[in-house]
Design a protein around this ligand. Structure first.
Ligand SMILES: Nc1ncnc2c1ncn2[C@@H]1O[C@H](COP(=O)(O)OP(=O)(O)OP(=O)(O)O)[C@@H](O)[C@H]1O
Ligand SMILES: [Mg+2]
Length: 240
């Protein structure tokens, strides 16, 4: 069996007194698309922020390629091969496409020609935004903005990409475009963890899926098994 790329063990995290993430364990193998689904407010975004190093871990551990990264903050996890696209506010709307991408290369210390080459490499995947580089990100359509956020995250050539609701607010046609892009990036060798509300459309693109309810793992299986279960709705509603 392939060794997991990321292992999270008994994660607990929250914002105030209570834990929002209540003892979540999961492991993700290289090359897969691992999808986290669950009702609104169940802690999906919090969980993915814990994996990204944005919300601190109160208990539990995370290893990446066998290395303990539990204490690593988000920038250090980027250095270990992780990238994260938030659910909201994932681009600078008052900056152009080109400026957003440049900021991503500069954050990584890639200046001049090195930065340019990285941007060109990533833009090959996104012709829609490559042709509009002088447009303000705030003037892009929802789908194009999501593509830009995705492109910025790929500048670091991540081994594992964390996406929080990449299809949120998009029309069905654009949802398919975004998922096709996720699949294309995955096929090129990037492992993906994504949070999705769009269950019916996301599962066919996923290898495995986890149902999070009240901050705990309600169910975990390969995506096909979950799709074939008739009680997905009930899985969402039942308290864990
Ligand atoms: N920054 C924060 N400070 C305090 N509480 C928060 C914060 N962010 C989220 N919460 C609370 O944590 C709980 C889980 O929120 P979270 O955003 O993780 O859920 P979610 O499953 O991603 O929901 P959605 O499907 O609506 O995106 C909610 O009760 C929310 O109010
Ligand atoms: Mg969320």
């Amino acid at each position: 069996m392939t060794a997991p790329l990321l292992i999270a063990s008994d994660l607990r995290a929250g914002y105030g007194g209570d834990d929002i993430v209540n003892g979540v364990s999961l492991s993700v193998v290289p090359g897969e698309i691992f999808t986290i689904i669950g009702p609104n407010g169940s802690g999906k975004s919090t969980l993915i922020k814990v994996l990204a190093g944005i919300v601190p871990i109160r208990k539990g551990a995370i290893t990446l390629f066998g290395k303990d990264v539990t204490a690593f903050k988000a920038p250090q996890r980027i250095g270990e091969g992780m990238a994260y696209v938030p659910q909201e506010f994932n681009v600078f709307r008052n900056m152009t496409i080109a400026e957003n991408l440049k900021l991503s290369t500069e954050f990584l210390g890639l200046r001049g020609r090195a930065g340019y080459l990285e941007r060109e490499r990533v833009l090959e995947l996104f012709p829609d935004i490559a042709n509009r580089q002088t447009l303000l990100a705030g003037n892009l359509s929802g789908g194009q903005r999501q593509m830009l956020a995705f492109a910025c995250a790929l500048i670091s050539s991540p081994d594992i990409l964390l996406l929080d609701e990449p299809s949120a607010g998009l029309s069905p046609k654009l949802v398919i475009e975004i998922f096709d892009k996720v699949k294309a990036v995955n096929t090129l060798g990037t492992t993906v963890i994504m949070v999705e509300q769009n269950v019916a459309m996301a599962l066919p693109y996923s290898d495995r899926a986890l149902v999070l309810v009240n901050g705990s793992v309600r169910y975990q299986s390969d995506a096909k098994t979950l799709r074939e279960r008739g009680d997905l709705h009930e899985l969402f509603l039942r308290e864990s």
